[in-house]
Write a protein that binds this ligand. Structure first.
Ligand code: MLT
Length: 245
């Protein structure tokens, strides 16, 4: 297995795809996706465009759908939910499809949608992602951070580092064996520095600051929780993520 870390979807090579793409948007899209599926949502269907989301969700039974998402971190007007993972409790999402649009996470998913395997990762489901990679042993794996509008987001690369750390430890592989690019080593070092205090990192980083202005303190605390749910979101059809059974 060779791992490649890309800080943003824009940095991924345009002329190739990996055997497995791991999309990461810790604050907050991939944390929300993992939580919704863990709480019994039927699926999460991701859209970058609000008009297309409205059109596709219109064909779904109203009591089986939730329109969710944000722009600039705030709930889209008229939607059922924003992008807070804390709203994704079983009483709200069980058996429903979340039609989700977010600023960056859904764009990252679109970039790799044609890869043979697409999964999503966050701190909350890191161990489930590592279990899957160790079991399936894909030859090439991209860990793709969603970033913010084309620029780097430190928390996504740190989560890539969190995945690498467990792969090295549990897969009994050396860093140099699995590193496909130097970003892998950078991500590993970044996570080593912050692993015991991710909440502080989230308070310092630009998207964390943006969310704090919107009073999302509890979201930051929650998104920093590590290995708390055994759920692997996996793409079933382009843009549609389900819980791997
Ligand atoms: C995104 O996709 O940009 C984020 O999930 C935004 C957010 O925190 O809601």
């Amino acid at each position: 297995m060779k791992l490649f870390v890309y800080h943003t979807p824009e940095l991924t090579p345009e002329d190739s795809l990996p055997d497995c793409a791991v999309v990461i948007d810790v604050l907050r899209a991939t944390t929300t996706i993992a939580t919704a599926l863990d709480s019994g949502a039927e699926a999460v269907q991701a859209f970058s465009d609000i008009d297309i989301l409205m059109e596709k969700s219109e064909n779904w039974l109203p009591d089986k759908r939730l329109r969710a998402g944000e722009r600039g971190g705030e709930k889209v007007a008229g939607f059922d939910l924003g992008n807070s993972p804390l709203d994704c409790v079983p009483e709200v999402v069980a058996d429903k499809r979340l039609f989700l649009t977010t600023t960056n996470g859904t764009r990252a998913l679109q970039r790799v949608a044609q890869a043979p395997i697409v999964i999503t990762a966050a701190q909350v489901n890191r161990q489930a992602v590592v279990n899957y990679l160790l079991e399936k042993q894909p030859l090439t794996v991209w860990l793709v951070g969603s970033g913010w509008q084309g620029s780097y987001s430190v928390e996504d690369t740190a989560c890539g580092g969190a995945i690498i750390e467990l792969l090295v430890e549990q897969g009994k592989m050396s860093l140099e064996e699995i590193a496909g690019n130097d970003e892998v080593i950078g991500a590993f070092s970044l996570y080593s520095q912050w692993q015991d205090d991710l909440v502080t990192m989230f308070h310092k980083c630009s998207h964390g600051q943006r969310l704090l202005l919107l009073n999302c303190h509890e979201d930051l605390e929650y998104c920093a929780k590590t290995d708390i749910m055994d759920v692997l979101p996996i793409q079933k059809d382009p843009g549609v993520l389900v819980k791997q059974s």
